[in-house]
Design a binder for this molecule. Structure first.
Ligand code: FEO
Length: 395
């Protein structure tokens, strides 16, 4: 993508990665992503805000050449992760007079990760400003969105806030600003679920920090920019709140069909009781979709057969991820079938200490489900419905 103007003298100069399908060798990117960088030209100084993933460095350099800059005075590094910082060494080669502006913690990380010499840095305190002449950059330390060194950069005169990962979305698009709200909402929620959800409480604090700023444009470093800031701020307020929805998430695996029979019956029983259900077959599910479902749900019920005396390894993987993502679930349970015994429930419950949930009595049965097993599933569905009613999310 070439240079695009956000506002006079503020340009988007980053790269769109249409074909990338995996991030951190873990996170699915069904819609690609972008590494946004922004160039701000003041009357006296010029600042580049963030860079791009190293394989895309040529795009950034070409875009900057197109702007025919005499020099770049500052490169603002809001975040040390390499998809934004990785092209810093190349930029410092092309623009040797540039100083890297970042938090003290970011400086030490960039020295470790990219071997940038110490004399290249200008560290900034929380609330510190930097004048570009007729434009002023204000730096807002915002740790843990999603690394400890992160900051936001607010361009006062233009009311633009550059948020790097925070409020972003993994979405490759030719739209500079959000046009298709439904698509961006989905991508931003997926991004929140996969990257930001473990830091929900800290994010709320950081949202507080920016709540009194006049913001006309939010310019993240992934996905399109927001010229209606409330669209994404309202979504984050919702996702980071303590409120849960009348939803049960059922991630499951079945090897010979018994656990599947239980899941099918149980899902119907929940629906009959007025509960929204999202069912995920872990042998083929997009783990990002599961993460998104966990953003709002009140309850998770994991379905697993017993393999080698414990849960199925794909269930272990999902439980590990769910535990790491720390969703705001309130209730959890386990259903499944075994052939000759095992410690599936004990092992699985021990894998989710971060989930501050009430564990409801599991239904784990021998072989295929029989009449009394279906009754036990009905009892579990009743208990979940009662809990959701007590919580005020089911009428
Ligand atoms: Fe987009 Fe945390 O890097």
């Amino acid at each position: 993508m070439g240079v695009r103007e956000l506002k006079p003298n503020i340009y988007s100069v980053g790269a769109v990665d249409w074909d990338r399908r995996l991030f951190d060798e873990l996170v699915p990117l069904p819609d690609g992503t972008s590494y946004n960088a922004y160039l701000v030209k003041g009357s006296e100084k010029t600042a580049l805000i963030d860079t791009v993933d190293p394989p895309m460095a040529d795009v950034l350099v070409r875009n900057l050449e197109e702007l025919e800059l005499k020099d770049i005075d500052y490169v603002i590094a809001n975040h040390a992760e390499q998809d934004h910082s990785g092209s810093l060494p190349r930029i410092l080669e092309v623009y040797p007079g540039a100083k890297v502006v970042c938090t003290p913690k970011c400086k030490s990380m960039l020295m470790d990760l990219l071997l940038i010499p110490e004399d290249k840095f200008l560290t900034v305190a929380d609330g510190e400003t930097l004048s570009l002449g007729n434009k002023t950059l204000e730096f807002i330390h915002a740790p843990w969105v999603h690394w400890p060194e992160t900051m936001l950069t607010y361009l006062r005169e233009d009311k633009v806030i550059f948020t790097c990962d925070f409020l972003g979305s993994h979405l490759a698009t030719s739209d500079l600003f959000v046009i298709d709200e439904a698509t961006v909402y989905e991508a931003a929620k997926r991004y929140y679920a996969e990257i930001m959800m473990p830091f929900r409480t800290t994010i709320r604090k950081n949202m507080e920090k920016i709540k009194d700023l006049a913001i006309a444009i939010i310019a993240p470093s992934h996905g399109p920019a927001y010229n209606k800031p409330d669209f994404i701020l309202d979504a984050y307020r919702d996702w980071t709140s303590d409120d849960v929805k009348n939803e049960v998430i059922v991630p499951y695996i079945s090897m010979h069909g018994s656990t599947k029979k239980m899941v099918d019956y149980f899902v119907e029983a929940l629906i009959e009781r007025g509960i929204t259900v999202r069912q995920f077959n872990l042998s083929e599910t997009d783990i990002g979709k599961l993460a998104m479902a966990l953003v709002d749900a009140a309850t998770v019920v994991i379905g697993s057969p017993t393999v080698l005396v414990g849960p199925h390894p794909k269930v272990v993987y999902a439980a590990y991820l769910a535990n790491a993502l720390r969703p705001k679930l309130k209730f959890a349970s386990i259903i499944g079938s075994y052939g000759w015994g095992g410690r599936m429930v004990e092992q699985l419950s021990g894998m989710i200490p971060n989930l501050k949930v009430e564990i409801l009595d599991p239904v784990v049965i021998k072989g295929v489900p029989k009449e009394e097993d279906f009754k036990a599933l009905d009892r579990l569905a009743d208990e979940i419905a009662d809990k959701h009613k007590e919580y005020g999310i089911l009428n």
